[in-house]
Design a binder for this molecule. Structure first.
Ligand SMILES: *[C@@H]1O[C@H](CO)[C@@H](O)[C@H](O)[C@H]1NC(C)=O
Ligand SMILES: *[C@@H]1O[C@H](CO)[C@@H](O)[C@H](O)[C@H]1NC(C)=O
Ligand SMILES: *[C@@H]1O[C@H](CO)[C@@H](O)[C@H](O)[C@H]1NC(C)=O
Ligand SMILES: *[C@@H]1O[C@H](CO)[C@@H](O)[C@H](O)[C@H]1NC(C)=O
Ligand SMILES: *[C@@H]1O[C@H](CO)[C@@H](O)[C@H](O)[C@H]1NC(C)=O
Ligand SMILES: *[C@@H]1O[C@H](CO)[C@@H](O)[C@H](O)[C@H]1NC(C)=O
Ligand SMILES: *[C@@H]1O[C@H](CO)[C@@H](O)[C@H](O)[C@H]1NC(C)=O
Ligand SMILES: *[C@@H]1O[C@H](CO)[C@@H](O)[C@H](O)[C@H]1NC(C)=O
Ligand SMILES: *[C@@H]1O[C@H](CO)[C@@H](O)[C@H](O)[C@H]1NC(C)=O
Length: 528
């Protein structure tokens, strides 16, 4: 064991706009059992240092005098994120007064997205008891260079959407438009949906599926119309949209020669690259996921390049791993990874959610995985639940007279946005089946709103509004509300969705802004 020559002890306690916060710099503290000071305020260990001991322990603070749900962020870097999945570090929150570990988490090398020794954030969530001495510890198991830069403890804050979540904010309709459909084919009116709005620098980009842009080849008959992804821009909250530019095209292979549709864009500011992850299908008649990307910040500057490893996810590939094992909220017959959404990039990992369909059991769920490159996916690991995040468990108790034969079948498309320290999830839930039953009065198809501070929360652990559903169509049509999104533009939050009146084949895209006011749930979405 090595003694630290610096006996400085710095705890910075302050109240920021989001409540109480504490910051610790390990290089300025004496609580270490291995390693040495690094670049001033950090603390580092290498494979030459003793293993199986605390890189950082302490600081035995009693300053965390709050019972508000809290989070501690450990900022840690490494030089090697490849190889084996064994535990290299364990982080924990320890109640030193009671000698009790409140929460802990193992970290493997693979949990680091970057290996150039840069700070990456590993979080733990906890509730504390006032008056206890707390430690925020990093245990070094073995083998590698790790730098502990700092530790930050915060009270969780729901951000601007917290008021809406509590019914203490209103919705203002900012646009209600007949989404433009460029071609004469009447069926395209109800087909060209699948939207995803991405605001950047005051301009909104809407990515959507566009069918009938060219004749559908015979081999796609009975599957889907030939469909591509296109993007338009708007500077008036979606009242009007520019001419489209194509983003992702069907390919020439049996897995993608009919359609690319119903996916999600993501602009990665780290690498100045746009990504689009789509559902793809060809005359193999199997849904897969395909990835497309393009350098530069303008998504309209040219067609995205298909990933040479497409299809990057084949049907069932992720669900079979998520649902294996005991205590899961889905079964091994779940497949059909679809409606992917790229929720965030954290520590070099993209976090992707997607729906699943279990035909033998007539059940649907939403799951989550992470990838560094859109080719290799993990379903377990840091910040992943290794389980469904939404299943019938989450919607059966909603204020809906579900079809008694099926109750709620589970979740389909979902959209998440971060506000404050929480992920807010807007997700559709039907009864009967996950397919749209467009006969009036037959199928419930509603949207719920839930939140969690961590993406590792499993089905049943997401907090619900009081009480769901949040949105319900005025007329009871399966898929009457479709392709809903919740998104942020600067400090403003928006909800968007299509309202489909199958009685008269009218389709309207509605967008609301969250504004001061009140909302009582369910919001009944009126038909045009
Ligand atoms: C050391 O600290 C300086 C100043 O804070 C920073 O610019 C530099 O990147 C750090 N070096 C390493 C290796 O972290
Ligand atoms: C917590 O500590 C701060 C600063 O020491 C103090 O202002 C505040 O009143 C304390 N709160 C409670 C609940 O003890
Ligand atoms: C960390 O890993 C060890 C060894 O595999 C295991 O015993 C322990 O339960 C794990 N801790 C957590 C919080 O997962
Ligand atoms: C903390 O307490 C809240 C209720 O106040 C609870 O919803 C939450 O799950 C708890 N968090 C943890 C990490 O135990
Ligand atoms: C908006 O769309 C129009 C029509 O495609 C295009 O000419 C223009 O460059 C786009 N503007 C931006 C900033 O993407
Ligand atoms: C498919 O093949 C045709 C004819 O060989 C070619 O023109 C087209 O660019 C190909 N499309 C893709 C997406 O590779
Ligand atoms: C992208 O990063 C640059 C600097 O790296 C920053 O100035 C800019 O605000 C970022 N843009 C977005 C959309 O995050
Ligand atoms: C349940 O929904 C109905 C109509 O959809 C609404 O009138 C009622 O207020 C809701 N109940 C509660 C307790 O929110
Ligand atoms: C569909 O509804 C919109 C209102 O959103 C209306 O302006 C339009 O005329 C309707 N179209 C048809 C074909 O009924």
């Amino acid at each position: 064991m090595r003694l630290n020559s610096i006996l400085l002890f710095i705890v910075i306690l302050f109240y920021c706009t989001h409540g109480l916060q504490l910051e610790f710099y390990p290089g300025a503290e004496s609580f270490h059992q291995t390693g040495s000071q690094f670049n001033g305020t950090a603390w580092s260990v290498t494979s030459q240092d003793p293993s199986e001991r605390y890189l950082t322990y302490g600081p035995y603070t009693v300053a965390w005098n709050t019972t508000v749900p809290s989070r501690v962020d450990f900022y840690i870097g490494t030089d090697d994120n490849l190889g084996d999945p064994w535990n290299v570090l364990t982080v924990d929150v320890n109640d030193a007064t009671m000698d009790h570990i409140i929460t802990s988490r193992n970290i493997s090398r693979l949990d680091f997205g970057y290996r150039n020794i840069q700070p990456q954030i590993f979080s733990l969530y906890f509730n504390s008891t006032i008056g206890r001495q707390l430690e925020f510890r990093v245990f070094y198991h073995c083998c590698g260079q790790f730098v502990h830069y700092k530790t930050v403890v915060s009270q969780l804050d729901g951000g601007p959407l917290a008021d809406f979540f509590a019914g203490q904010a209103g919705l203002e309709l900012v646009s209600s438009s007949v989404f433009p459909t460029p071609h004469g084919d009447p069926s395209s009116t109800m087909w060209n949906v699948g939207t995803y709005v991405k605001p950047i620098d005051g301009r909104w980009y809407v990515f959507y599926r566009e069918g009938f842009y060219a004749p559908t080849p015979d081999f796609c008959n009975g599957i889907v119309p030939l469909t591509r992804i296109a993007v338009r821009n708007s500077t008036d909250y979606g009242k009007t949209w520019s001419e489209p530019a194509p983003v992702a095209l069907p390919g020439n292979s049996t897995f993608d020669n009919c359609a690319a549709l119903d996916g999600a864009p993501f602009y990665d500011n780290d690498t100045d690259t746009w990504h689009y992850l789509a559902q793809c299908i060809g005359n193999n008649r199997r849904w897969s996921l395909c990835h497309y990307s393009r350098p530069g910040s303008n998504p309209m500057a040219g067609i995205f390049t298909p990933n040479p490893k497409n299809p990057v996810v084949q049907g069932g590939q992720l669900w079979s791993r998520i649902c294996s094992g005991t205590g899961k909220h889905c079964t091994l017959t779940m497949y059909d990874e679809g409606t992917p959404e790229i929720v965030q990039k954290l520590n070099g990992w993209f976090y992707i959610t997607f729906h699943g369909w279990d035909a033998p059991n007539n059940r649907a769920a939403r799951g989550i995985a992470r990838t560094r490159d859109f080719v290799i996916y993990d379903v377990a690991g840091y910040d992943l639940p290794d389980d469904a995040i939404f299943s019938p468990l989450d919607c059966n108790d909603w204020n809906i007279t579900w079809n008694p034969k099926s109750l709620c079948v589970g979740g389909g498309e979902g959209s998440m946005v971060r506000s404050g320290d929480y992920f807010y999830h807007l997700i559709e839930a039907p009864d009967g089946t996950l397919n749209c039953d467009t006969t009036l009065g037959e199928q419930n198809w509603v949207l719920g709103f839930l939140r969690s501070p961590t993406l590792a929360a499993r089905s049943g652990e997401w907090e619900q509004i009081h009480y769901n559903p949040a949105f319900k169509p005025e007329k009871k049509y399966g898929c009457g509300l479709q392709y809903h999104r919740v998104f942020r533009d600067g400090n403003d939050y928006f909800f968007s969705m299509f309202v489909l009146d199958f009685g008269v084949n009218n389709l309207t895209m509605k967008i609301w802004k969250v504004v001061p006011g009140k909302t009582s749930f369910p919001v009944i979405v009126s038909f045009p």
